[in-house]
Every structure is written in C-alpha cells, then in structure tokens.
Design a binder for this molecule. Structure first.
Ligand SMILES: [Mg+2]
Length: 94
C-alpha cells in the first residue's frame, strides 16, 4: 500500500508518517500543498490512499480534491480529509 501525505505542516506530516509506519506501511510519500501534490501524484502512481490537509497555501485541500476527482485515472484512490480546526461552523463552509 502506498500513501500520500499532503500537509503544509512538516510536524503534522511527521506525526502521520510515524503513526502509519507503526502499522507496517513504509511506502509513504509527501507533499506540502495541493499544487505540489498533483505533481507528486502524477509521478508516483499507483497511490492507494491520500491523507489530505484542508488548509494549505498555494492550493488548498478542497481544490486539490476537486482536481483529483475530475480525473478518471484517479477514481480508485481513497482520500481522507484532515484538519486541526475544531469549530463545528467555520470559515471553510462555502
Ligand atoms: Mg495546514
């Protein structure tokens, strides 16, 4: 299984990587924003799972999600959106 971590926080990526590695999964790649993630994704297929931060500079997680879901070749990738925001009603609503 190959996992792509997309988060602008290197600390969050390190925490996620450490947790995933305890499950025995070692094939983990990373990107720091949605724009970089699109390139990393294209160059590293097949990828099984993406853990996707919502709030990032350059391209945010929701925009990345829409780009990925618009492409047939990525339809089997499981995407889990992550955020450290805790408000039930917040600025992310569109
Ligand atoms: Mg972030």
């Amino acid at each position: 299984m190959k996992i792509l971590l997309v988060d602008d926080s290197t600390t969050m990526r390190r925490i996620q990587r450490n947790q995933i590695e305890t499950l025995g999964i070692k094939d983990i790649i990373e990107a720091g924003d949605g724009r970089e993630a699109l390139t990393v994704l294209k160059d590293n297929m097949p990828i099984d799972v993406i853990l996707l931060d919502w709030n990032m500079p350059v391209m945010d997680g929701f925009t990345f999600l829409k780009e990925v879901r618009a492409q047939e070749s990525y339809k089997n990738i499981k995407i889990v959106m992550c955020t450290s925001e805790s408000e039930k009603r917040g600025s992310w609503r569109r």
